[in-house]
Design a binder for this molecule. Structure first.
Ligand code: ADP
Ligand code: ADP
Length: 224
């Protein structure tokens, strides 16, 4: 089963910078997919196209059978809710506690108060941070902050989780912990797509690897 697909996608930014060149990619439900490549290769752009933060210059992005280009308003909002996103720099709200940061998306999506209470605890337990629920982001290490951002990304139980260089600011130990959490999410049925330029981490965790080189995509065999 296909969860998302890029059909001949080219992305040229308004400044003329071409970051993806006729990219075709099928993401299967149940994939644990790593996107590798040097800085500037187009990894981040590929994820942005999947969650609709950028539009392709040519080609089509398809999510759960819908062409993103054709979706507007409620339909687009509905589809976005089926995706969780994790960023390299965590993007936590510093004036809110860990628990409040995780609840923010649910509030925004109109979940009932009782449902929010029911969901936040398990999401924090999944990332091993139940004990830090009342802390503020600045009281946490970088690794812990990234785990909060993962809890926030999964609290609405999206089938697809996109993580853009989630280990980029972390030391090896914390990077490992974060990828183990992503792997656990994959085990319970979440489709996970991660960009990562650390080849060792990629080889240790990936179930499927694609590589971008100056906007050109190719699938890599898994070395065993
Ligand atoms: P657009 O996508 O329409 O170019 P943005 O607001 O994303 O608009 O970016 C504005 C300008 O900032 C770009 O034209 C580019 O020059 C620069 N820029 C933004 N992000 C990046 C990036 N990741 N790499 C290089 N240049 C960037
Ligand atoms: P990666 O995530 O692999 O580092 P990106 O997708 O961020 O690569 O960037 C791919 C190319 O597109 C780079 O050359 C980058 O400078 C350019 N780029 C990214 N975002 C923008 C933007 N908003 N405006 C202009 N150029 C951009």
């Amino acid at each position: 089963k296909t969860i998302a697909q890029l059909h001949n996608v080219t992305k040229i930014y308004t400044n003329g910078c071409c970051s993806l060149r006729s990219v075709n990619l099928r993401i299967h439900a149940g994939d644990f997919l790593f996107i590798t490549g040097d800085s500037g290769a187009g990894k981040s752009t590929l994820l942005k196209l999947l969650y609709g933060a950028e539009q392709p210059s040519e080609g089509q992005v398809e999510m759960e059978g819908n062409l993103l280009r054709n979706l507007r308003g409620r339909a687009l909002a509905h589809l976005r809710r089926r995706i969780g996103v994790v960023f390299q720099d965590y993007q936590l709200i510093l004036s809110k506690t860990v628990e409040e940061n995780v609840a923010v998306v649910l509030h925004a999506q109109g979940f009932a108060r009782s449902e929010i209470r029911r969901r936040v605890g398990p999401a924090l337990r999944m990332v091993g941070l139940a004990a830090k629920a009342q802390c503020f982001p600045e009281q946490l290490s970088g690794g812990e902050q990234q785990r909060v951002s993962i809890a926030r990304a999964i609290v609405h139980t999206p089938p697809l989780l996109l993580a853009d260089e989630p280990t980029g600011n972390l030391d090896t130990h914390n990077a490992w912990t974060v990828l183990q959490i992503l792997k656990r999410l994959h085990t319970i049925g979440v489709t996970v797509v991660v960009t990562c330029h650390n080849e060792q981490l990629v080889q240790a965790f990936a179930q499927r690897i694609i590589r971008l080189e100056a906007g050109n995509l190719r699938e890599l065999p898994l070395s065993t």
